[in-house]
Design a protein around this ligand. Structure first.
Ligand code: SF4
Length: 361
């Protein structure tokens, strides 16, 4: 099917594609997004097939489940083995730890429960006040304010493992990966509704890197690509907001305030990327009784992030396409994932496996 047929406003989409083709660069131009939902939109709607040959859209580390380092999974597994009830989102259960996943800990008898929201976890804890619960909190700036809010009001038997990570430091990391040579960023709309525009200014101002904050409909992504190509065509580097129907320049001040009350910004480990400065949220000392590490005396140890042969680190940096991993759809499939990128609905490998990414390249 012609990918254009999936657009609600066909004429607008055709005009955008024509504009993008007119702006076609004379050299390879790499546009990087850092959002699992953007990858889903790009792949599901076949947007790559609408672009000029020299324009490439690559996926950075935008899946919050995929970037969870094994060391964080190991702590959750250890807590489950100590008898603490672990609550978390379904995707997290199958992410490999160094030796075991939470799904395996559950199969061994650990009390590991899937929840659909953090409020769901708090409700469970309130219903069983004599049991110790820990919520394994993952996600980027989009979900961190919800965790902060629950930390302020959770029942005493609920503590938290904070594995929240921040997107702008990961974007900055990618710019240091010499052989990537990114020409522009599509910034994630959901994250930007919280953080606003300011954290991205450094990319345009200091790195001369175009950044366009974009929504998630296929037309949003096409607009963002067009806006980035226009900037590169003009030799400009600006921060632009394609998603101004949802993203305010200042972000969500209430959410930012909640995060600042509860979390310190610290160095954090990312699966595939290593330790990035100022990229993780740690629970402040004044809420020490809410921090599951402190409450249950568990310490994070060095983890083993990859099983032999897994190329997730290269996929998450956008260095290779999932189909370039020798295990893709051979030893690693959505039903038998070998690496974190095949586990989550936002993982690039899983998206390509289920939505035909390889067929569009
Ligand atoms: Fe990792 Fe599987 Fe993707 Fe290969 S196909 S990079 S093993 S998730």
């Amino acid at each position: 099917m012609n990918p254009l047929m999936s657009f609600r406003d066909l004429e607008l989409a055709k005009n955008l594609v024509a504009d993008i083709k007119q702006l076609h660069p004379s050299h390879r131009t790499v546009i990087c997004h850092v959002c699992g939902t953007h990858e889903w939109t790009v792949t599901h709607f076949g947007l790559r097939s609408l672009l000029p040959d020299l324009v490439e859209v690559i996926a950075g580390p935008g899946c919050p489940v995929c970037v969870l380092p094994a060391a964080d999974i190991d702590v959750a597994v250890e807590l489950a083995r100590k008898g603490v009830t672990i609550t978390t989102f379904g995707d997290v259960l199958r992410v490999p730890g160094s030796h075991s996943s939470l799904a395996e800990a559950k199969a061994e008898g650990g009390d590991v429960r899937v929840v659909y929201s953090i409020q769901n976890a708090a409700t469970m804890a309130r219903k069983e006040p004599n049991r110790d619960f820990a919520f394994f909190a993952i996600g980027f700036e989009t979900t961190a304010p919800l965790t902060a809010n629950e930390i302020l009001k959770a029942p005493p038997n609920l503590s938290f493992l904070s594995s929240h990570r921040l997107i702008p430091p990961a974007m900055e990391f990618l710019l240091g990966v010499g052989d990537l040579q990114i020409d522009g960023f599509i910034a994630p709309g959901h994250v930007s509704t919280i953080i606003g525009l300011d954290p991205y200014r450094v990319f345009a101002d200091a790195y001369h890197m175009p950044v366009v904050v974009a929504g998630f409909e296929p037309i949003d992504v096409l607009f963002a690509i067009d806006m980035i190509l226009r900037q590169t065509h003009e030799g400009e580097a600006r921060l632009e907001n394609e998603y101004n129907r949802a993203v305010k320049p200042e972000g969500n001040l209430k959410a930012l305030d909640l995060m600042a009350q509860v979390f310190d910004v610290v160095q954090g480990g990312w699966r595939g990327l290593g330790k990035l400065p100022q990229s993780a949220l740690s629970i402040k000392d004044e809420f020490i009784e809410r921090d599951a590490h402190q409450k249950h005396q568990v310490t994070k140890k060095k983890g083993r992030d990859f099983l032999p042969g897994c190329q997730c680190h290269l996929v998450m940096m956008g260095k290779i396409k999932p189909s370039e991993c020798p295990l893709f759809m051979e030893a690693c499939t959505p039903s038998e994932p070998r690496g974190a990128c095949m586990v989550s609905t936002e993982g690039t490998c899983r998206i390509w496996a289920l939505h035909g990414g390889s067929g569009l390249q």
